[in-house]
Design a protein around this ligand. Structure first.
Ligand code: ADP
Ligand code: MG
Length: 228
């Protein structure tokens, strides 16, 4: 069976740093699965997500050894545009991800870069705004939205590229309770759509949606044992 994500013996260290952060990661994530990653701050969770979406080594440099495959294709053989069609990542702070004058422009940006035609982009904007329940905000400036609403728009802009794999790196960390609740509902809707999701999350309600929890410790992934 070909998995959306397959990682074998992955080692990684950042350029200019002496120590490896990831030291022999083995990971297979199956279609429709929600995998949660835990681990102490600095254990390398964000680093791992950045490797899965190609930010490392395309944008942030370092030494990668081992194999990372998306749907059976080695990420080394994929261009960044092809990776973007397969994997979307959302970060903790939506302000780092939003830069357009309107919500609509923000969502159109990714598909425009993928050379998708105008009409189809319009359809995708309708569709993703509906998914995140933000139809009424289409012509607003993202700067005027609450933190939770901004995060929903950041997610919508990623969904507009129609990736089957979504990486959520502490996306509720700066969001109020109402925003957290909406993001939780959204993640369970995405699961119904058979999206594959890897998340780093501290909110227990959201963690409860995970099919599996793995802990990153000393550069390796292991089964998470609560209370350890
Ligand atoms: P986590 O997300 O689990 O908190 P990170 O992946 O952000 O961990 O960081 C893992 C380690 O890599 C930390 O020691 C951090 O200081 C280091 N690190 C993160 N980004 C860089 C970078 N761009 N260059 C060098 N070291 C980095
Ligand atoms: Mg992190």
């Amino acid at each position: 069976m070909i998995n959306p994500i397959d990682i074998n013996d992955l080692y990684f260290k950042y350029k200019f740093s002496s120590d490896y952060i990831l030291k022999g990661i083995e990971l297979a994530v199956s279609k429709g699965e929600i995998l949660a990653l835990t681990g102490l701050s600095g254990s390398g969770k964000s680093t791992l997500l950045n490797i899965i979406c190609g930010i490392i080594p395309h944008i942030r440099k370092g030494e990668v050894h081992g194999e990372v495959k998306l749907w059976g294709e080695n990420i080394k053989d994929l261009k960044i545009a092809d990776i973007t069609k397969k994997v979307g990542i959302v970060f903790q702070d939506p302000d780092t991800q939003l830069f357009s004058p309107t919500v609509e422009d923000e969502i159109a940006f990714g598909p425009e870069n993928l050379m998708i035609e105008r009409k189809e982009i319009g359809n995708r904007i309708d569709k993703v705004l509906k998914i995140v329940h933000m139809e009424d905000y289409r012509y607003q400036n993202p700067n005027n939205l609450s933190g939770g609403q901004k995060q929903l728009i950041a997610i919508a802009s990623v969904l507009a590229m129609e990736p089957d794999i979504l990486l959520f790196d502490e996306i509720t960390a700066q969001i109020d309770d109402d925003g957290k609740k909406r993001i939780k509902e959204l993640i369970s809707d995405l699961k119904k759509e058979k999206k594959t999701i890897v998340l780093v999350e501290h909110n227990l309600d959201i963690l409860n949606l995970a099919d599996r929890v793995l802990e990153l410790k000393n550069g390796k992934l292991k089964e998470y044992e609560a209370g350890e």
